[in-house]
Design a protein around this ligand. Structure first.
Ligand code: AAL
Length: 393
């Protein structure tokens, strides 16, 4: 094999070398427009707080020079106690008994929490348990929040079941009017999204509202794909939303963030599935391919995406946003699961913008494989004493 790759794909290459021609946009991360490092900063007002959990930030929008973000906020006296032990005031999970709040900033680092945007409904009404995981759409000068609406106490039978709801307002400060019913229906019994429609994420694309979401089958249906992302498309913010037959569009990811890029849509996948920690691109918004593999991507990222709703046909990309850190411990009753106990928001910076190719975010060696002590010994990565005993000879 020659030291330098020829422009034309030679014959007789191994599978790995063929992939450099067939799969990856550029063999060198530094010259791959989809590759980026992520750099993180702590932010004011929305950061680590033992009494308050904040998670799942929306995309960020700028209105008259002010940035706005919406997020799930829980301020209960106790932390999550699990689905068996929860009550009217004891949360089952980190996002239980939560409301949607919002914050503003002039510079994206210094944030001021402003107060509640959409509160969970009064006890006994639709959406009385929790209002979570919001995302924003600006459409014809009105503001629309899509979010998860939970009715009634959590239980193991119901699991993480909720509706996708919507609220609308004339200004980003509200007041918000809530819809009284679900906006995107669960899939039929045998469908990939029969058990959950989570993480609603609207973009305007090809003249319509594309509401991306994470679906999962009913938990008893073990044969199905575990978690995937699809889209539901509508002409108007309130729907009706139609799910294209080609769904799901992504086979991995959790709280995936997406953005218009060139004529297509790009997505950052994290946490779940074989294609986690990748950046993918679909020139037609539907058929995604892996473009880059990344390290330590933002979890539940909400990017500042100035052209999320402009449908320009030439998306410019994103360079910063907010994401969350969920403090997690292993679930003692189920080794495959973690318990998220409290979360907080941080800022990420990156270079996923067209044409910039900022070398500060492009050196793969400053992150890949260079984890520090705190990372290796974080709560869910330490070998626990009972396992150590089992493994000792
Ligand atoms: C998050 C999201 C959804 C889930 C829960 C709150 O990771 O995927 O919002 O329901 O956790």
């Amino acid at each position: 094999m020659l030291a330098k790759l020829s422009k034309e794909k030679p014959q007789g290459l191994s599978h790995a070398m063929q992939r450099l021609y067939d799969v990856w946009p550029n063999p060198d991360d530094r010259d791959n427009e989809f590759f980026t490092n992520f750099k993180y900063s702590r932010i004011t007002d929305l950061g680590k707080d033992e009494r308050v959990s904040r998670r799942d930030p929306s995309k960020i929008i700028s209105v008259e020079g002010v940035y706005y973000v919406w997020y799930t906020r829980r301020a209960t006296h106790s932390g999550p106690v699990g689905m068996d032990n929860c009550s009217d005031n004891l949360p089952a999970v980190d996002w239980d008994l939560a409301d949607i709040w919002y914050a503003t900033s002039e510079d994206g680092f210094d944030w001021q929490e402003q107060g509640v945007a959409v509160a969970r409904a009064p006890l006994g009404q639709y959406g009385d348990r929790s209002a979570t995981t919001p995302d924003i759409l600006v459409f014809e000068n009105k503001y629309y929040l899509y979010f998860q609406s939970f009715t009634g106490i959590f239980s193991n039978d119901k699991g993480d079941h909720c509706d996708v709801s919507m609220a609308w307002a004339d200004t980003p400060k509200g007041p918000w009017t809530r819809s009284k019913q679900t906006i995107v229906e669960l899939g039929a019994k045998d469908q990939w999204d029969s058990g959950a429609v989570h993480d609603p994420y609207p973009l305007v694309y090809q003249g319509k509202i594309w509401l991306f979401y994470k679906g999962q089958p009913m938990s008893k249906n073990k044969d199905c794909l575990v978690r995937a992302q699809g889209v539901a498309i509508a002409e108007m913010p309130q729907g009706p939303y139609v799910k294209p037959a080609i769904n799901p569009l992504l086979n991995s990811g959790h709280e995936t963030f997406l953005f218009p890029y060139k004529q297509g849509i790009a997505a950052l996948l994290c946490v779940d599935g074989p294609e986690k920690n990748t950046i993918q691109y679909a020139q037609d918004g539907v058929n995604f391919n892996i473009m880059a593999s990344v390290t330590c991507p933002p979890v539940a990222g909400g990017p500042f995406c100035p052209d999320a709703f402009s449908d320009s046909g030439n998306g410019q990309g994103v360079s910063w946003g907010l994401s969350h850190i969920s403090e997690s411990t292993l679930n003692p009753n189920d080794v495959r699961r973690v318990v998220e106990s409290n979360s907080f928001l941080i800022r990420f910076d990156c270079d996923l913008t067209q044409g910039k190719n900022n070398p500060y975010f492009r050196n793969p060696r400053d992150q890949v494989g260079r984890y520090d002590e705190a990372t290796f010994f974080q709560a869910t990565m330490v070998l626990e004493a009972h396992m150590k005993d089992k493994l000792k000879r």
